[in-house]
Design a protein around this ligand. Sequence first.
Ligand SMILES: [Zn+2]
Length: 215
Amino acid sequence: MNLLIMGAPGSGKGTFSSRLKDNYSLAHISTGDIFRKNISENTALGQEAKSYMDKGLLVPDDLVNRLVLDTLENLPEGVNGYLLDGYPRTLEQAKAFDEATKGTANEVDQILFMDVPHDVLKKRILGRRTCPKCGEIYNIYFKPTAVENVCDNCGSALSARADDNEESLKTRLGEYTRMTQPVIDYYGEQDKVAAINADNDFETIWAQITEALGK
Ligand SMILES: [Zn+2]
């Protein structure tokens, strides 16, 4: 079974990726990990990617495609397929990926789209507070502390991530939707998209996922 998982920042994609990987014995492949691995192992593709990143440039679609395909050609023994995370990010990548894998063992079977309204994503991300001392994670909207900004466990002052402000998040979510909606529409035309209502508790979301994959 070959899966793509798509979802905006804060959609819970990471949590469900690890559950999917374990439950269905899939190779979990994120583009971030592929880049890091190829760069640290100094492969030819890694060197090429690094030359763009060093200049602060985006790695071009064509190179991203080659990195992903190369990784899929070398999946670990014993896996039942792949779970791709963070790819394809654009319609161009999706089309190239389809063209390269159509009719092969690496053709994608299903796209899981973790759908969460943007106002909920904003609360999840902007409301997040962590305890620097004991590592406990809170949310001012969904999991507040008894005393504002003080850890229930250890009494330390909580911290928020400095780069998560409302304006930058709005830009980030808008950009994400602008890039990925055409990808979702494209796979929708092939009847491969399962939209998961991910504004739910863990078990409800997981039940939707297993039902979608059981079909
Ligand atoms: Zn604490």
